[in-house]
Design a protein around this ligand. Structure first.
Ligand SMILES: NC(=O)C1=CN([C@@H]2O[C@H](COP(=O)(O)OP(=O)(O)OC[C@H]3O[C@@H](n4cnc5c(N)ncnc54)[C@H](O)[C@@H]3O)[C@@H](O)[C@H]2O)[C@@H](O)CC1
Ligand SMILES: Nc1ncnc2c1ncn2[C@@H]1O[C@H](COP(=O)(O)OP(=O)(O)O)[C@@H](O)[C@H]1O
Ligand SMILES: [K+]
Length: 480
């Protein structure tokens, strides 16, 4: 079963399914609280005094369980919460109080002596921005400078104000706030704990897929011992214009580093392309399909650095009838509209997506899942909406990438990605598989170099070792 990205509602449904399967919810709460206590111990090994702030719901219940275990392990604990818990949370509170640990009102919060704070005010049950004593507690915890371990989510996200955590223990599954900004920035390091939730309860194919090392490894094309350059995928890159001489070269490099057997670069005659020894050059007087056929490619990447010639280059390339990646200057509505139902992957960033959807780029960046879905519906192609994180859509399917970082926000990075996806298409992968693996692998290569100052060609150069790491099971997702 693929891993899914949950919403609060979807997690509540999973919760109910677990209970319907006969799994007692109190067991989930016990596992959740214990996971939080363990996270405190592991991430702050020198701390001996832990203060817990808890709310009225199950998030608070998890906090009471964490407090009980920390107390039993010999920590000094102080617990602050309002009255009025019900159900499991009330039980968890009683179990804590049975050990003689008093629960004091939130208004009495005194952080003097605390070494770590556990934030269990509110989790997925948040229904409105924090206000009143909750907002005050969040502000005081933030101002204290103490390390914070958040239960499930930093209380208050995605609204402001919210708690800023150093570690967030995601319970049972990752939620949107763990992946998307600005909420993600409040989570600090994210660790996922399964809390014993039965797999069957978590099955939710309608939710976005989270790209995992296991799932992506399974998609990597094999390289048979008797491979030759004509058998593992020939890629045509079509782009380049006056000053954009690096973009198509980076796509070509990305394709080769992702395993293409042969890469041909078609570009307007007279454009001084960056030298790449291994690339076959195809200078053209005009963008014509007949001329592009000479490459005998199995997939094409078009648009990178093509400037005003982008649409023309794309029309010629699409006439080949090959699986295609459309990027940058090829991403105009008239061109993409002609691709419905064809094996075409488009790779817009929010600015290009705005052009295709006639919306504002900020709106797209704020709701990337909805935008990717809208693009897939409107144009009937496979969509890679680039960003932090990149999201993908095809038909009713959605996926969210889990690799890459802000270090990748530099020029030419998207060109390399186009080349990677084209190489995977040429190797025979379906567009959805090529797009998901391409995006994941590209981000993984970035992570392995991983510092600000990263250049696009360095990401291309890191693709082979990222592949090796993926194959040899040496890749851990960010939530482990
Ligand atoms: N998903 C799961 O399967 C499990 C979830 N558990 C925990 O349960 C949490 C969800 O529990 P609940 O649904 O009870 O919800 P929460 O405990 O997250 O929040 C609901 C409570 O917060 C109050 N509240 C909502 N917005 C508020 C605001 N702005 N200011 C002040 N109070 C506010 C509500 O009135 C209610 O009392 C998860 O985040 C997780 O910590 C665990 O107990 C174990 C299992
Ligand atoms: N903050 C970020 N987190 C993760 N990945 C990022 C981030 N910023 C950029 N990237 C990745 O870098 C690439 C940038 O592509 P793009 O904007 O098209 O750049 P260019 O047009 O210069 O090639 C995309 O793959 C994108 O997902
Ligand atoms: K919380």
């Amino acid at each position: 079963m693929g891993m899914r990205l949950f919403t609060a509602d979807a997690m509540r449904r999973a919760d109910r399914r677990a209970v319907a399967l006969g799994y007692p919810s109190l067991l989930l709460m016990e596992a959740a609280g214990r996971a939080v206590a363990r996270a405190v111990r592991e991430h702050f090994p020198d701390a001996r005094a832990v203060w817990v702030v808890a709310g009225k719901g199950n998030n608070g219940g998890d906090g009471f369980v964490a407090a009980r275990w920390l107390f039993l392990w010999g920590y000094r604990v102080a617990v602050y919460a309002p009255d009025g818990q019900a159900g499991d949370a009330a039980q968890a509170r009683k179990a804590l109080e049975a050990h003689g640990v008093a629960v004091r009102p939130l208004e009495a919060l005194d952080l003097e002596g605390a070494e770590v704070v556990v934030d269990a005010l509110v989790g997925t049950g948040l229904s409105r921005p924090l206000a009143g004593v909750y907002a005050e507690v969040a502000a005081r915890v933030n101002a204290s400078g103490l390390p914070v371990v958040a239960v499930d989510l930093p209380s208050g996200v995605p609204f402001t104000p919210h708690v800023r955590a150093d570690v967030t223990v995601a319970l049972a599954g990752l939620k949107r706030e763990h992946l998307f900004y600005p909420a993600r920035a409040a989570c600090g390091r994210i660790v996922l704990d399964g809390i014993g939730m039965p797999e069957a309860a978590l099955e939710a194919p309608e939710l976005p897929e989270l790209l995992t090392p296991e799932a992506m490894r399974a998609l990597l094309p094999e390289r048979p011992g008797n491979a030759h350059k004509g058998s593992v995928g020939r890629v045509l890159v079509a782009g380049g214009y006056a000053t954009y001489t690096g973009a198509p070269a980076l796509a070509a490099l990305g394709a080769y580093r992702a395993g293409a057997g042969l890469v041909t670069l078609a570009y307007p005659e007279g454009v001084p392309l960056e030298p790449l020894l291994e690339v076959v050059r195809l200078p053209l007087a005009a963008w014509r399909a007949e001329a592009l056929r000479a490459a005998r490619a199995e997939a094409v990447a078009v648009g990178m650095g093509a400037g005003p010639g982008g649409p023309e280059a794309a029309r010629a390339a699409l006439e080949l009838g090959l699986p295609a990646v459309l990027d940058a200057d090829a991403l105009v509505p008239e061109v993409v509209a002609a691709c419905r139902g064809r094996p075409v992957v488009i790779t817009p960033h929010p600015g290009e997506a705005a052009r295709l959807l006639e919306r504002r780029a900020q709106e797209i960046a704020a709701h990337p899942l909805e935008a990717a879905r809208a693009l897939a519906e409107r144009y009937g192609v496979t969509v890679v909406l680039k960003g932090g994180p990149t999201v993908l859509a095809e038909g009713a399917h959605l996926a969210v990438n889990t690799t890459g970082s802000a270090a990748m926000a530099t020029g030419g990075m998207g060109d390399v990605l186009s080349g990677v996806i084209a190489a995977l298409l040429a190797a025979g992968l379906r567009p959805w598989d090529a797009a998901r693996l391409g995006v994941y692998w590209h981000g993984l290569a970035g992570d392995r170099v991983g510092r600000v100052g990263l250049l696009a060609h360095e990401v291309a150069e890191a693709l082979p070792q990222a592949r090796e790491a993926l194959i040899s099971d040496a890749v851990r997702p960010f939530w482990v």
